[in-house]
Design a protein around this ligand. Structure first.
Ligand SMILES: C[S@@+](CC[C@H](N)C(=O)[O-])C[C@H]1O[C@@H](n2cnc3c(N)ncnc32)[C@H](O)[C@@H]1O
Length: 260
């Protein structure tokens, strides 16, 4: 869990994926998420700003983004990246679990947000359905909740090679990577909103050297230093045969609107 909140590891992972991915994730997400000038947005688990900067651009000068994360370091990085956004960005260092108290503290009123957005973070909640329920109380009646995350065969090429090297992938890792979106987010959305829009894509990440793969892995929550030599051996054989390693990021975006 502590690796999940380290901003430096997150920045390395984002760098390894963005340098080698076919589709820019933020571009894909915001071509499918309605954000209007003047909107008020609450972003949960904003991290170092992978999507926050796009949100700020889209809400424009008349809009507001409140970005929450448990990592002070991540928020510091985000604040320096968003230096030009002035007071349109408010960062909150808080836990996803029971996050409402931190909004009350800064006098935000309930039903204030046009959009509540969370990418690659909701699965860290102790009870994600409860967190979604809580999020709903901060949403305007006409507002939307958008959750983005991995699903299905996400990371399969990498997970297969790791398992072949003797790495044991913990249940929370495989659950959040493969089943969280379809077993928790979509059913909750269908129960609580009239309109559910589900978009998916497969992003191929082409790593051209073994070092790139290792650098990604060693910055993840499922790194296992003991198994590194075995993994390196299999990875080297893979490169001799194929000349590259192609990982697959399976991405799902669930947009919920028209609350029941
Ligand atoms: C995989 S990163 C995603 C960051 C960003 N949304 C992005 O897509 O680039 C997950 C983020 O969730 C944050 N996080 C993990 N557990 C949390 C919790 N319990 N409460 C709030 N934030 C948490 C981490 O600090 C990290 O910044």
């Amino acid at each position: 869990m502590s690796r999940a909140t380290q901003a430096e590891l997150l920045e390395h992972r984002i760098a390894e994926n963005s340098a080698s991915q076919e589709i820019d994730l933020a571009t894909w997400v915001f071509e499918r998420t309605q954000v209007r000038p003047g909107d008020a947005v609450l972003e949960l688990c904003c991290g170092t700003g992978g999507q926050t900067l796009s949100l700020l651009n889209r809400v424009g000068d008349a809009g507001q983004v409140v970005a929450l994360d448990i990592s002070r370091e991540a928020l510091k990085t985000l604040t320096s990246k968003a230096a030009k956004s002035g007071n349109r960005l408010t960062t909150i260092e808080a836990n996803l679990d029971g996050f409402s108290s931190s909004l009350h503290k800064i006098s935000v009123k309930e039903e204030s947000f046009d959009l509540i957005f969370c990418a690659y973070g909701l699965y860290y909640a102790v009870d994600a359905r409860q967190t979604l329920q809580e999020a709903r109380s901060w949403l305007k009646p006409q507002g939307a909740i958008v959750v983005v995350g991995p699903f299905g065969p996400n990371n399969k090429p990498l997970f297969d090679l790791l398992r072949a090297s003797g790495v044991r992938l913990a249940e929370p890792v495989t659950f959040s990577s493969e089943r969280f979106m379809t077993q928790i987010v979509s059913p909750w959305g269908a129960e609580n909103f009239e309109t559910l829009s589900v978009r998916t894509m497969v992003n191929h990440v082409r790593w051209r050297t073994p070092e790139r793969v290792l650098n990604y892995w060693q910055n993840t929550t499922f790194y296992d230093a003991e198994k590194r030599p075995a993994f390196q051996e299999l990875l080297n054989s893979h490169f001799v045969k194929h000349g590259e390693f192609v990982n697959e990021k399976w991405v799902m975006l669930v947009e919920m609107s028209r609350g029941r």
